[in-house]
Design a protein around this ligand. Structure first.
Ligand SMILES: Nc1ncnc2c1ncn2[C@@H]1O[C@H](COP(=O)(O)OP(=O)(O)OP(=O)(O)O)[C@@H](O)[C@H]1O
Ligand SMILES: [Mg+2]
Length: 319
């Protein structure tokens, strides 16, 4: 039984992995500690055929690849390859279909009736719908492209009179700008469908991230939020990591496990075992669901590592 630890990288990353200095050395080491052979598989579209061959020889693939990187989309070649491996019996986490159901901003719309929602969530499926939504804005809203990370394609938007909008990108180092509706629609042209939720004041409490293995809370992160909060770029604050028994996060963790997850699973039609071996849910004060991350949850608290490995081993044993 062999497990692939898949992550994206260039030829230099492949060389480092071959020389025994892979990223995710901690994950590889924990598989070994639990008695399972694990190998690094460095993914890039140019080596997709080689990766396909490597995945034929493993029982499971645990994958860390962002949906966008360096301005480009990264998963259109990888996802079919992972689906093919899963169909051939390899346990794949996260499976691309689960990413689509859980790890895109659409989950905010699909679970808008739940008590973790801010309410008043809108989804624009075309540029025309987006234009109509933006034209009807009254207060500050946050719009999000369906698949993004690092604040890419997440904007705070407010009406600024006439057809003008005041906008602020969530990417690090962004400044507030005033643009026309047409200018903003041009920026959003590549986004596909767009989610629109109310702006929630994130401070002073900050954002709580619940790290999950399947349906179990395996750790927490806490970060004071700087994105979307001031017109000039503020200094980013670090995320601090905590084990699952950290007292101040027990209430939110318990609500997630007992109240929200069963409802989310029912709403999305996802069984507990089909949830990824590592994923996270981000909460703004409220608590209000900000987003769910599935495709590349890294780093994560140390306490999560043995659990994600044990869950993978258990899924292999079931096959
Ligand atoms: N509704 C909101 N109200 C206030 N701030 C928000 C809201 N939604 C998002 N933000 C801020 O914008 C940031 C980026 O948004 P979001 O987490 O949805 O996108 P992302 O690009 O997937 O981020 P990540 O890389 O953390 O996964 C959040 O970390 C938060 O600081
Ligand atoms: Mg995200």
């Amino acid at each position: 039984m062999k497990v692939a630890v898949v992550y994206s990288g260039d030829s230099e990353a492949r060389q480092r992995a071959a020389a025994g200095e892979p990223r995710y050395a901690n994950v590889l080491g924990e598989f070994r500690r639990q008695g399972v052979e694990a190998v690094p598989v460095v993914y890039a579209d140019e080596v997709a055929d080689e990766v396909r061959r490597q995945l034929r020889k493993v029982a499971a693939a645990v994958v860390w690849v962002d949906p966008i990187h360096g301005g480009g989309e990264t998963r259109s070649v990888l996802d079919p390859l992972l689906r093919e491996a899963a169909a051939a019996g390899v346990f794949v986490s996260a499976h691309p279909d689960i990413i689509l159901r859980l790890g895109t901003k659409q989950v905010l719309y699909d679970t808008r009736a739940m008590s973790w929602s801010s309410g008043d969530i809108r989804l624009y499926r075309s540029p025309d719908e987006l234009r109509r939504g933006l034209a009807a804005l009254s207060g500050p809203r946050v719009i999000k492209q369906n698949r993004g990370n690092g604040g890419n394609g997440t904007w705070r938007v407010e009406p600024a009179g006439g057809d003008r909008l005041r906008v602020l990108h969530a990417r690090r180092g962004s400044r507030e700008q005033e643009v026309s509706m047409d200018e903003f629609l041009a920026i959003c042209a590549s986004y596909g469908q767009v989610l629109d939720q109310p702006f929630v004041q994130p401070e002073p409490e900050g954002m709580v991230r619940c790290y999950m293995t399947h349906a179990e809370v395996v750790g927490f992160g806490h970060q004071h939020v700087t994105a979307l909060t001031s017109a000039e770029p503020p200094t980013p604050q670090p995320r601090l990591y905590y084990p699952p028994d950290q007292p101040e996060f027990q209430a939110i963790g318990a609500r997630l496990e007992t109240e929200w997850l069963p409802r989310m699973q029912a709403a999305l039609g996802v069984a507990a075992d089909a949830l990824p071996v590592i994923w996270d849910a981000d909460f703004l004060p409220g608590p209000v669901l900000c987003e769910i991350n599935v495709s590349c949850v890294s780093p994560f608290p140390d306490a999560a590592l043995p659990k994600l490995v044990a869950a993978t081993v258990a899924r292999i044993a079931q096959r």
